[in-house]
Design a protein around this ligand. Sequence first.
Ligand SMILES: CC(C)(COP(=O)(O)OP(=O)(O)OC[C@H]1O[C@@H](n2cnc3c(N)ncnc32)[C@H](O)[C@@H]1OP(=O)(O)O)[C@@H](O)C(=O)NCCC(=O)NCCS
Length: 329
Amino acid sequence: MTAATGLHTLLATMRPELRGGEFVYTLWPHGRPLEGAIEAAVREAEGMTVVLPRKDADTLGLSYDFVGAWITLQVHSSLDAIGLTAAVSTALTDAKISCNVLAGFHHDHILVPVADADRALEALHELAAAHGEHTPAPELVLRTGRPADRSAILALTAAAFVVSPVSGLPADGGPREVPLMRALFDCAEFLPEFSIVAELDGAVVGHVISTRGRAGELDLLGLGPIGVLPRLQRHGIGSALMQETIARANAAGERGIALLGDPEYYSRFGFVPSTSLGVEPPCSAWGPHFQLLPLALWPGGVSGSFHYAEAFGIAETGARRAIMDRAPQ
Ligand SMILES: CC(C)(COP(=O)(O)OP(=O)(O)OC[C@H]1O[C@@H](n2cnc3c(N)ncnc32)[C@H](O)[C@@H]1OP(=O)(O)O)[C@@H](O)C(=O)NCCC(=O)NCCS
């Protein structure tokens, strides 16, 4: 994606939200251990600046000048996204509102004087609306992945899984889904038409793969991993990839799709615990997290355990564990 398009998307979808409470910047007393509900800290040669709720600063007897309201831009912005901070601070400057911007891994946060909070929200909503109205959003293209896409898909997978969906922490040695994906591309159970890429303005922003799996004698699809570029998550791209997989699977006469994941997300596509359809998960501990979507040609009367593509087992250290690790703890 080009920087301009990325900026357009970020601005049009930034969803500014006001957190409750008042926050202050204070210089932390030298040598004093950190305490209280600290929201951010910056260490400088001259000392440590911390941002914390005003009530905590008062309790701790810390002095401050700036009392701010905290606005979070709910869009997931990349730390290297170009122009978002400039666009936001320009809009607020135009509205004669001073602002301090804090960039977190997931979101940008703006602190504005408490008295200006409502006007700041209004200015940010106007900025988002202006981008939503005047520049058409680039169209999402869903297409079959090609060998030439593989490095982009692996990079996307690394970005999507940089934080483990299970532990919420970065995985030691990098996301395990990357070697898994590499192994899946090369395995006998790879089904080219079920490697589906989501493309926005010529760039790969999402991908889902389903490979041949089996329950007893019945051929099924084993879906996963699925990933969307972090800064574009929660904009419907994952759902579009799921729907496309389901449509393709039905059109191809597939019987059902199995996956391991959060029932809260996948139930919206019709997935149910696999055991309710007679299919045991590959690992019993997965319980209701192992789900199945019966397709139009679901035969009924199925029984047996699900077996993923061989590649999940071949890349034992990286690949299978990527799946195993997602089992509920
Ligand atoms: C999971 C993922 C593919 C969903 O794609 P997406 O484009 O963000 O999802 P959509 O915009 O279509 O849907 C967003 C909705 O799904 C929900 N959702 C997303 N991931 C979820 C999860 N892991 N568990 C529960 N709900 C989830 C969101 O809360 C949101 O719900 P809402 O519409 O009620 O607010 C994407 O978030 C992602 O890449 N996550 C990191 C990798 C990962 O966890 N992959 C799945 C395991 S293989």
